[in-house]
Design a protein around this ligand. Structure first.
Ligand SMILES: [Zn+2]
Length: 233
């Protein structure tokens, strides 16, 4: 930044802008391009710290701040988060969750990616604290349009995501599932086990959940427990 400040009086705005875009700074576990606000960097750094027990692999995450039609996105091919400088903090946390999960478990299926990102976007997830899923997903889950009896993780994995509506149905169910795991006090163990288990749907058995855990989860969904903020770990 000092370089830019020194050059600003003598160079055109365009040149300064392109210089800024190519400057990279490493800070708090991030490689940052562009010009984020101090608040955005603090939010990301604090969040990354809060979630450290979920994501033991801690390589720096690349974040490019630039104006874009999509305010926040994670590109798993390039391993980079793109954020609009005005992106909301929950959008930034959502994309950070995707990046950290991808780093710790490459090729994670869609359902866990979205379920976890929607759960984590509004929660610091400190042990013992209350956590909830976004209200718009609660609204979906209570709309009667989502089959709450479908709790087969194997089928979630193979779901056809070509329509946005179908994708959202999976994300709504899976974010509720992450809340369910959270209030069981098992989210950290679930994730760490998933990093070492090839098939995600084998994780409940690896954690020695009772065979009827799906019946328990169905009842939990039917009772609408996902509408509340729940204490967990
Ligand atoms: Zn997402």
């Amino acid at each position: 930044m000092a370089l830019c400040a020194r050059l600003t009086p003598t160079l055109t705005f365009v040149l300064v802008f392109s210089l800024q875009c190519h400057l990279q700074r490493q800070r708090d576990g991030f490689i940052i391009e562009g010009s984020p606000s101090a608040g955005q960097i603090d939010n990301l750094a604090r969040t990354g710290e809060n979630w450290s027990r979920f994501f033991p692999m801690r390589e720096p995450i690349r974040i490019v701040f630039r104006s874009a039609s999509i305010p926040a996105a994670y590109d798993s091919r390039k391993k980079v988060i793109g954020l609009d400088p005005n992106a909301k903090s929950d959008s930034a946390r959502h994309e950070l969750a995707h990046a950290l999960l991808d780093l710790n478990r490459p090729d994670t299926p869609y359902w866990l990616h979205e379920g976890l990102a929607y759960f984590l976007e509004s929660n610091a997830a400190a042990c013992g604290s209350n956590a909830s899923i976004p209200q718009w997903l609660i609204d979906r889950l209570t709309s009667g349009k989502i089959d709450l009896s479908d709790v087969d993780l194997k089928s979630w994995e193979s779901v056809d995501l070509s329509s946005r509506e179908r994708a959202i149905q999976v994300a709504a169910r899976s974010s509720a599932f992450v809340l369910f795991v959270w209030q069981k006090g098992q989210l950290e163990r679930f994730l760490k086990t998933s990093y070492q288990t090839r098939q995600l749907y084998d994780v409940p058995a690896a954690l020695q959940w009772p065979n009827d855990w799906q019946a328990e989860f169905r009842t939990w969904l039917r009772r609408g427990e996902f509408r509340r903020a729940l204490a967990g770990c």
